[in-house]
Design a protein around this ligand. Sequence first.
Ligand code: BV8
Length: 232
Amino acid sequence: MRVVVLTGAGISAESGVPTFRDANGLWEGHRVEDVATPEAFERDPVLVQRFYDARRRALASVDPNPAHRALARLEAELGDDLLVVTQNVDDLHGRAGTTRLVHMHGELRRALCTACAARPAWHDDLIDGPPCPACGERALRPDVVWFGEMPYETDRIERAVATCDLFVSVGTSGAVYPAAGYAALAAAVGARTLELNLVPTMGIVAFDEVRAGPASVVVPRWVDELRRSRAG
Ligand code: BV8
């Protein structure tokens, strides 16, 4: 059985990573949409670098929660039949052990060189304009997909969604495209669709099944159930 799991900020909420809605989409009084754009970076690079430096630093004090760990267990069971697509820029899926993973909106712990396009792993601040490890230019920005920019690996994601048997949406408000369109794509090709969310979206997609609750409870429960059903 081929499974695609799409995760959003809700899967990391119980790890202490604030969601966009919890902060009412605000950071230090700035709307995220106003900070997470190429125009904002052009207009006020210091503000944008500070926004991402603060969030990158915060990663040092958060850990994967049972939901991230349950998806890593699911990968041990399903192998190449599982793909986790995350909208999150935190590194909690990777730290929990998920390897079949697409960070479609990039990663806080990676930089992007605007001079040579290198994407080095990066754990420190970028505010002081450090040199790119590949080309030496002081041209590094966060390797995060901003509003108006092309998400990473959309072809690979769309192929996986269009050929899956089960599509599971975890902790996402379905507010941001193209990620928000994947559940409808899955339904259109006949996959079963399941939403695991603290507050079900009841949005444009009618999921076949909805389980309301915190990710740290509903994700492990679903994974264990799936593993038991496969054990026969
Ligand atoms: C693009 C990185 C062209 C930055 C982010 C129509 C079609 C196509 C595009 C558009 C369109 N309409 C508008 C657009 C443009 C735009 C867009 O969608 N705008 C929105 C505001 C309307 N999209 C883009 O610009 C995208 N690029 O379109 O390029 C294109 C088009 C098609 C194909 C290819 C290319 C790029 C968007 C990427 C922006 N970057 N992140 C950063 O992080 O700083 S988006 C950012 O916000 C997150 O990554 C995430 O995607 C989004 C927030 O969403 P969620 O993850 O869902 O989080 P949220 O806070 O909203 O919700 C939390 C959820 O958790 C809730 O449901 C809650 O109930 C739940 N929850 C809370 N606690 C728990 C919980 N669940 C379980 N347990 C809990 N404890």
